[in-house]
Structures are given as C-alpha cells and as structure tokens.
Design a protein around this ligand. Structure first.
Ligand code: G3P
Length: 284
C-alpha cells in the first residue's frame, strides 16, 4: 500500500500532539494531519492538572487554551472541537456553541453527535464551518450524515467509533467498511474518519479500506511507531476473531431526505451521556 490516509491524534494533551507530529515528520517526512478531541479526553487532562473542581467557564477556557496550543503545533492540520450536549440539548444550543468554538482557532472542525438534534445543527453549521459527525455506529446514521451535508460549503468528516463496537462483541471495522462501500462512486463530500481505535490491526485495516483519515490515541500511535509504522500488504486480511459481523445493508440507499433514516443507536445514546457526564463531573 503506498497511500497513507491522513493521520490524526485522538487526545486532550498538546504534548502528545507535538511528539506524534515529530515522529510523523521523522518517519514520513510530513507532520501530523490533525487532531481530534472530545469532552472525556479534555476532562481527563484537566482532572490531572487542576486540583479540586473548577467552574464551567474555567473548564471552557482551558479547553480553548489546549486546542490553541495544539493549533500552534499543527497549524496546517485540522483540529476537532466538540459541542457539549446531553440528550435534551436542542440544535440551536449546539449551533450557538459551535459558532463560539470555531473562532478559537483558524483550523477547527466542530463535532456534533449523530443524533437528530446534532444533525439538525450540522445541517446549518456545514454552510459556515468544517463539521465532524461523531458517535457513528450504523450505516443508516452514515446515510443521514451524507444527505444532511449534501450542500456543505466546508469539509465534512464522519467518525465511526470502531473500538466501542468491538467492546461489545461486534466488528466495528465492518461499520467503516460498509460506510466506505455505501459512499463509493458518489461525490466524495464526506471523509470517513476511523475513530475509537484500540490497536494496530484497526490502523492496518483502516489503511487497507482507504479510510480518508484515522484518528489514533497516543498509546496506540506509540505502538505503531515502535513497530516502525507498519502498513498492510496488498493481500491483507483483517482478523476479526470472534467479533460478530455487521453485514452491509443493501436496503440503506443514499438519496432520501435525511429525516427518513433511522438515527437510533444505543451506543450513540450512551456516548452522548458519557461525554456529558465526564465533562460536568469537573465542575464545582
Ligand atoms: O475519537 C473517538 C474517541 O475519542 C473515542 O474513543 O476509546 O473512548 O472509544 P474511545
């Protein structure tokens, strides 16, 4: 394989961004292509550095400071900043947050969850800023993302979370494979960003499948680097072990109104809750 996808780091710590970018430069002669963050990762960083609880305003200022630091390290890269939402948060509120966060740095993408309210917000936001739809676990959600952003004026990413599917015994990489198959030979306006990566095999298979982007947590990036950044052979076969196959759904066709797709997925619900809880746990 000679074409490496864009490589992002998934984290909440700018020093990891720096180290990964230097390692990329040394090995591939190019810096890191981007960074994804989320409330859990930023909260983890803050919890380690801030003694006791902080106010919501302080936490937000810290989030801004951290992404500004990341942006200075990879000014050419794309940095995903997430809106904070629970299941009650309306689209208008997410949009308001997005319009503030996009101004934090010049190279931001704003992450919205793959929920009804999240996509409603993204429908407007994609005409104003780069957008990353997060917590994606199904082909139907991916079809809705494609349709809701059809007229986007800025880049759109979709983030299937593979590790969280694997965690419950389903083959998360199948979701990536199915989305890429469904998007094939279309206008290419949505970039597939493989996320929730847990091991080198995820990286190899994502490269093999031509995922446009892979976001890698630093501990897995280090493993990959220490193994001299392996890439899949042309005859690469992903070993899914006992993970349950998620078959391609022929009946999920692009071309409908996005409201016609089923957005429900329990891992999306659980993910929204976890991000929100991890973030609010920081506060006074
Ligand atoms: O980019 C997605 C990622 O942050 C989620 O990863 O390991 O919490 O499933 P994980």
């Amino acid at each position: 394989m000679d074409k490496l996808p864009k490589i992002f780091i998934d984290g909440g710590e700018a020093e990891e961004t720096r180290a990964a970018s230097e390692a990329m430069m040394k090995h591939f002669g190019r810096p890191l292509d981007g960074q994804t963050t989320n409330p859990t990762l930023i909260a983890k960083n803050l919890a380690a550095r801030v003694k006791g609880k902080i106010s919501q305003e302080e936490a937000l200022e810290e989030y801004k400071r951290i992404v500004q630091e990341m942006s200075e390290i990879i000014p050419q890269g794309s940095i995903s900043i997430q809106v904070f939402a629970d299941r009650e948060t309306p689209a208008e509120e997410m949009l308001m947050q997005a319009r503030v966060r996009i101004k934090w740095i010049d190279n931001a993408s704003i992450k919205f969850p793959a929920t009804f309210e999240g996509l409603k917000a993204a429908e407007v936001a994609c005409n104003e800023m780069p957008v990353n739809i997060t917590l994606v676990f199904s082909q139907e959600q991916a079809a809705a993302v494609y349709e809701v952003s059809r007229k986007a004026k800025y880049p759109i990413f979709i983030s299937p979370f593979v590790g969280r599917m694997d965690d419950r015994g389903e083959n998360g990489m199948d979701v990536v494979k199915n989305i890429i198959k469904m998007y094939k030979n279309r206008d290419g306006h949505v970039d597939v960003l493989t996320a929730s990566v847990r091991n080198i095999e995820h990286i190899l298979y994502a490269i093999y499948l031509n995922s446009n982007i892979i976001t890698i947590p630093y501990n897995v990036f280090i493993l990959w680097a220490n193994n001299n950044f392996p890439q899949p052979e042309v005859n690469y076969v992903y070993q899914a072990g006992n993970l349950k196959e998620i078959p391609f759904q022929e009946k999920v066709l692009l071309g409908r109104n996005w409201l016609g797709y089923d957005l429900n997925h329990e891992l999306t619900e659980a993910g929204v809750k976890r991000f929100f809880d991890d973030w609010t746990r920081l506060f006074l």
